[in-house]
Design a protein around this ligand. Structure first.
Ligand SMILES: NC(=O)c1ccc[n+]([C@@H]2O[C@H](COP(=O)([O-])OP(=O)(O)OC[C@H]3O[C@@H](n4cnc5c(N)ncnc54)[C@H](OP(=O)(O)O)[C@@H]3O)[C@@H](O)[C@H]2O)c1
Length: 241
């Protein structure tokens, strides 16, 4: 199995790539020319490095990059700087998901490509009923208006839900929703839920990035886990003792 990982230079992306490699997978990483990546990836036959800025890639080039990949994973997110939050590309994640999907569709692969998108518990799965309190709705409205990365995350998941949908012959998807991200050295036990079991704003849980990477890598490599969650937006929390 070969997977293309975008956002591979990020704090979670790196951990996803490492775990895919440990699981024996081949990985294509797409990183910006100045992104920092581990030196060991450069000397690893399992890794191909594409140095390119995703918002500048044509559909034709992307179709060539994804042609030999059975899975695509995105850990893209806006850098937490003024430029990252308010500068261009404003729809980094949505436009990248659209580009990747349109490129896969252009290739018409024999078997559906697995698409795993890192998202957030701040986003609801509007395919199912996920009750949100009045207070959270009001605050989310403000966040949506003031912080462009949030609607970008929402629209990226909407693209998979609404444009690709549940019965696409060429793409199957899972949107992974972690809560507040923290850093741990090792994978620990984690819980998976179809919907949030706590409020992302008023009672947030914690999710370590390495656990997000582990779940995303397992989705790509474990067919039973994929079948259980495909077309859904699982929420992942670290298990609390
Ligand atoms: N913070 C939280 O508590 C939280 C909770 C739930 C979900 N999330 C979501 O999870 C995402 C990933 O988290 P993280 O901590 O792993 O993020 P991160 O370390 O900031 O990684 C972001 C990745 O996106 C890439 N990127 C940023 N701007 C780009 C651009 N204009 N063009 C191409 N690539 C670009 C970065 O590349 P470079 O290395 O080149 O900059 C990096 O690979 C967040 O951004 C957020 O949407 C966050």
């Amino acid at each position: 199995m070969k997977a293309l990982v975008v956002g591979a230079s990020g704090a979670t992306g790196k951990l996803l790539v490492e775990q895919l490699l440990n699981m024996g997978q081949e990985v294509k990483v797409m990183v910006r020319p100045f992104s920092k990546i581990p030196d060991k990836w450069r000397n690893n036959d399992q890794v191909s490095i594409i140095q390119a800025t995703i918002s500048e890639i044509s559909e034709e080039d992307m179709a060539n990059y994804v042609k030999d990949c059975q899975a695509v994973a995105s850990c893209l997110g806006h850098n937490i700087t003024l430029k990252g939050i308010y500068g261009k590309p404003r729809k980094l994640v949505t436009d990248s998901v659209r580009l990747l999907c349109e490129s896969i569709l252009k290739n018409s692969p024999d078997k559906p490509v697995k698409f795993v998108l890192m998202n957030t518990t701040g986003n609801s799965n509007r395919d199912i009923s996920e009750p949100v309190s009045f207070g959270q709705r009001v605050l989310m409205g403000l966040i949506r208006a003031l912080l462009p990365p949030h609607p970008d995350n929402e629209k990226a998941a909407d693209y998979l839900r609404l444009n690709i949908g549940q019965k696409n012959a060429f793409i199957e998807w899972v949107v992974v929703r972690p809560d507040t991200l923290i850093d741990h050295d090792k994978v620990t036990e984690y819980e998976l839920h179809a919907s949030p079991t706590r409020s992302a704003l008023f009672n947030p849980g914690k999710t370590s990035r390495i656990n997000v990477g582990n779940f995303m890598a397992r989705l790509i490599t474990e067919s039973e886990l994929w079948t259980k969650w495909k077309g859904q937006m699982p929420v992942i929390y670290n298990r609390q003792d």
